[in-house]
Write a protein that binds this ligand. Structure first.
Ligand code: ATR
Length: 285
């Protein structure tokens, strides 16, 4: 990687941030595009995020930023304007500097929809889908699936109240048909058996010894099973789903495409996805 003293600086805000693959991926994209710039992690606590955002407003060579756990919702309140997607989700993962103002965007949902299409040839319109989990990642996925016309959207979560509140949000903002259930709700097995897509947004699977977040016997052949987790590349959910004849997609594509969309918003240039993918695959291996 090479850059000069005139380099643009791109920043990833998070806490923790050391695990992130965005620096390796975005620096590969900058290099492939011949941009004099560098992408650095900035570990910052929530209480200091407003000050950090004041700093990027004053930084003459600020190129753009990403925001990751746990700052996506707070960062939403610290920018001047929002893209419609970000406004719908209520959280941002990308900051763009435009004429001295900060624009907040959310490329997680569009990145997910694109990788779903490319990884499994899946178009959500009119299809019944199940989302496992009801946190921040589930919200971005639910908004994007609702926007793409999936119906009904069933959100299944360990804590039923969280599933219901996300359901109300999706229904209220986008008008989607949605149902929120607890893991042990008697309607949960039928919802999984009858759906065309299952998306895991929970953290179950991050540890190699984690079980599947849902009873794998419920997965029917031909169903698309998507796990947002990208490390390990094959979670218990994906392994079990594959054995049952499901089409499986891991989270690396979403990571790649949300990053590619962010890069394009910052620079106006389509990045080399081949260079980004190569950097990711090497890092994950
Ligand atoms: P993120 O922003 O990445 O989505 P989050 O908001 O902390 O993170 O949400 C994590 C999700 O994983 C939640 O849906 C959580 O369920 P609860 O709402 O009941 O906490 C789910 N989750 C985490 N650990 C889990 C476990 N061991 N079993 C089932 N669900 C789990």
């Amino acid at each position: 990687m090479s850059f000069t003293a005139a380099a643009k600086v791109f920043i990833l805000f998070g806490d923790p941030v050391a695990h992130s693959l965005s620096p390796v991926m975005q620096n590969a994209a900058l290099q492939a595009a011949g941009i004099d710039g560098l992408y650095i992690p900035w570990r910052v606590q929530s209480t200091d995020l407003p000050t950090a955002f004041e700093s990027i407003r004053r930084m003459e060579n600020f190129g753009g930023a990403n925001v990751t756990i746990p700052h996506k919702e707070q960062a939403f309140t610290l920018v001047d304007t929002l893209t419609p997607e970000a406004a719908a989700v209520g959280a941002i993962n990308t900051v763009v500097s435009k004429d001295g103002r900060l624009l907040g965007a959310n490329t997680d949902g569009p990145g997910f929809i694109r990788s779903l299409h490319e990884g499994a040839d899946f178009l959500p319109r009119g299809k019944p889908v199940v989302i496992l989990g009801a946190g921040g990642a589930a919200r971005a996925v639910a908004v994007s699936l609702a926007g793409a016309g999936a119906a009904p959207i069933v959100i299944i979560n360990r804590t039923a109240e969280r599933a219901q509140s996300l359901t109300e949000f999706i229904h209220g903002t986008i008008g989607a048909t949605a149902l929120g259930l607890g893991l042990d709700d008697p309607r949960t097995p039928t919802s999984v058996r009858d759906c065309a897509l299952v998306v895991n947004t929970t953290s179950v699977g991050l540890h190699p010894t984690d079980p599947s977040p849902i009873d794998p016997h419920l997965l029917q052949p031909g169903v698309v099973v998507y796990d947002l987790i990208y490390r390990p590349r094959e979670t218990a959910l994906l392994r079990e789903a594959k054995r049952r004849g499901c089409r499986v997609v891991g989270g690396l594509g979403m990571l790649l495409y949300q990053g590619a969309l962010a890069f394009e918003l910052w620079t106006g240039i389509e990045p080399s996805e081949a260079a980004m993918r190569q950097a990711l695959v090497t890092a994950v291996a």
